[in-house]
Write a protein that binds this ligand. Structure first.
Ligand code: SF4
Length: 198
């Protein structure tokens, strides 16, 4: 019988270019277009992001992956202090569905969600035992979130990037990357996920 491969847990060893490429190959089938490793200190956490969730977003207090169910800014800062490296996941979506609540929009959200979680799983199996996903937009695995009743798929429940009070645009600026704002329904826009790595 062939010997089983045992993967050692990793401890601040960084991530190789070849593994990043393998993640991207898998991520492409979920709509991702790029993946970049970066240092955690580039992540901007800001109180005003939580404010935007609280005022002006219909998801507030209605989804397990959004505030107030997710950690506040102080807790987020403490969590990020336990990491040094993260991955930025970049995908592209069409703006025409953004303000709609239809099956096509939900399909896109679920695809993005499943893709991020599957990359987190792949990283865990590579020895990154602390890998943890923050997904772009809120969870749409259920047509209506069960909140405040128990989540139906707790193994796949993760906070959204925005719910973690992360200033995405500020973080992109720190990374010297840009993202244009979609102003027409025919435009495409970038969405971003993050995997906290080690
Ligand atoms: S899996 Fe369903 S119940 Fe759980 S957070 Fe997602 S939408 Fe809500």
């Amino acid at each position: 019988m062939p010997e089983k491969k045992v993967v050692p847990f990793r401890n601040n060893e960084g991530i190789s270019h070849s593994l990043t490429q393998r993640l991207l190959e898998k991520g492409k089938s979920y709509g991702l277009t790029a993946i970049f490793p970066f240092n955690i200190d580039k992540i901007e956490v800001a109180e005003w992001v939580r404010l935007k969730c609280h005022y002006g977003c219909s998801r507030f207090d209605s989804n397990w992956t959004c505030p107030p169910a997710t950690p506040g800014p102080d807790k987020v800062r403490a969590i990020l202090d336990e990491y040094e490296l993260a991955l930025l996941l970049v995908g592209t979506k069409n703006c025409s569905d953004f303000y709609l609540n239809n099956g096509r929009k939900r399909f896109g959200q679920v695809r993005c969600w499943k893709g991020t979680i599957s990359l987190e799983r792949m990283l865990f199996l590579e020895g990154y035992y602390k890998a943890f996903s923050l997904v772009g937009e809120c969870c749409a695995l259920c047509k209506e979130c069960a909140y405040p009743e128990d989540c139906r798929f707790p193994q796949e429940k993760r906070p959204s990037v925005e719910s973690f009070s992360i200033d995405v645009i500020g973080t992109l600026k720190n990374l010297a990357k840009t993202s244009k704002i979609a102003t027409q329904t025919g435009d495409t826009y970038n969405y971003f996920g993050i995997i906290l790595l080690e």
